[in-house]
Design a protein around this ligand. Sequence first.
Ligand SMILES: N[C@@H](CCC(=O)N[C@@H](CS)C(=O)NCC(=O)O)C(=O)O
Length: 205
Amino acid sequence: MLDLYTFQTSNGQRAAIMLEECALPFRVHRVDLTKGEQRQEAFLRLNPAGMIPVLVDSDGPGGAPLAIAQSGAILLYLAEKAGRLLPADPRARAEALQWLFFAVTDCAGASGAVYYHSAVVPEKSPANVQWYEERLIAHLRVADAQLAGRDALAGEYSVADVALFPIVALRRKLVERAGGMPNLARWLDAVGQRPAVVRGLAAGN
Ligand SMILES: N[C@@H](CCC(=O)N[C@@H](CS)C(=O)NCC(=O)O)C(=O)O
């Protein structure tokens, strides 16, 4: 059995979408970040960092249970477990990994910083929010250029698309305001219509 500890954030959605894409049955455990449930002892035993998402596979490698954090690592674990969304060919695989890390490091970092500077840091500064928004947009313009004439970031639809989608969906208004990213907009609409993506976004509501 697979158990996903998550909340409605783009990092949590990424893991839920991947589970749906892999057609692996899973149970959702909602960890309410607004109530500090990520700092409860039982959850910290799964992830001492006190962050969602966490995936627990009762039938992990060697038949032993495995608890794994970091949405990017969860995507790769599931891709290998299900044999889905990660090309076997070394060149195609390297390309998919490049765009996966682009999503979970560059883009997720900038998008997270937009959130922290808008809502969390002790001294709010609109200029700092704008700076991180522009940094995120600069990354997304790279994705837009990559998607010209393509339906997926790296060859076929892969972990890379699953990783980037929740960020672009969350920042849709910012992307529209910035303008000039027609390929990214087309990709967002197409990926957003995938049944597994629709189900993954709804998981944990
Ligand atoms: N790099 C991690 C980031 C995980 C993360 O930032 N989780 C946030 C929610 S999106 C969290 O649990 N925050 C709780 C807290 O900071 O107390 C990943 O990709 O999984």
